[in-house]
Design a protein around this ligand. Structure first.
Ligand code: ADP
Ligand code: MG
Length: 225
């Protein structure tokens, strides 16, 4: 397993800059999106549909970048991680079926409560499940596992039997904007890693080409300050 390591200081400067710019982009974007929406009510127009779609993409990137500027998790509370997992997985029901993908849940947690930020943890899971789905263009199986470790920590794993990642690429995953996808941003894993770090947790990648990928996340039940 390889832990994603970032050059800490460099990333925090880049992160703050990125978040600052993202913040400035948000307002004009909201205005442009609003006016595009107004034009759309006339009659259906393919160009306007594309504009809306692309603006939603910018919005997603901008909200990803905003996370990078945050030094640590802000709204820590007791969250039911089992419920977060179940709800997030259910968001992918239709899309999984469409792509011939089965999502199997193995959630074995007697006490599912941990300290964390529900929205952020959900964002991590969404990114990981998306990646898993995108790695299986012909369909396959995603196993999402959660269990208690003897160390009082909780282990969450997202496993797929997709295309996998060659070793030399795993090393690069820490770098922002490194994507192998035509429409990818290369921000997903970086955001995940940042969020997990903010929770004082750990994220590891295990992958074998043509076999599949497992992302393992360890979270403490209580975030030591
Ligand atoms: P994006 O999905 O926008 O490309 P990510 O940071 O989420 O950005 O992922 C970066 C790259 O890591 C992807 O382009 C892909 O090549 C690789 N990757 C991530 N997760 C998986 C996975 N489950 N299976 C195969 N490759 C993956
Ligand atoms: Mg992704």
């Amino acid at each position: 397993a390889e832990e994603i390591i970032y050059q800490k200081e460099k990333l925090s400067v880049i992160g703050q800059l990125a978040a600052g710019i993202a913040h400035e982009i948000r307002n004009p974007l909201t205005a442009v999106k609003g006016f595009t929406q107004l034009l759309k009510t006339e009659e259906s127009n393919e160009y306007l549909d594309i504009m809306m779609e692309e603006m939603e993409r910018i919005e997603q990137i901008v909200s990803d970048l905003l996370v990078l500027g945050k030094p640590q998790a802000a709204n820590i509370e007791m969250v039911n991680i089992k419920r977060i997992l179940q709800r997030t997985i259910s968001l992918f029901h239709a899309e999984a079926m469409l792509h011939n993908i089965e999502i199997v849940q193995e959630l074995d947690l007697s006490d599912p409560y941990i300290e964390g930020e529900a929205d952020k943890l959900k964002q991590v899971l969404i990114n990981l499940i998306k990646n898993a789905m995108e790695s299986m263009p012909k369909g396959g199986e995603i196993i999402i596992r959660a269990k208690q470790l003897p160390s009082e920590e909780i282990l969450i794993q997202v496993m797929d039997n997709g295309v996998g990642i060659p070793p030399e690429r795993i090393e690069k995953l820490g770098e922002p904007f490194f994507s192998n996808k035509e429409k990818g941003t290369g921000l997903g894993l970086m955001i995940c890693n940042r969020i997990i770090k903010n929770h004082k947790g750990k994220m590891e990648i295990d992958s074998e080409v043509n076999k599949g990928t497992t992302i393992s996340i360890t979270l403490h039940k209580k975030i030591a300050s």
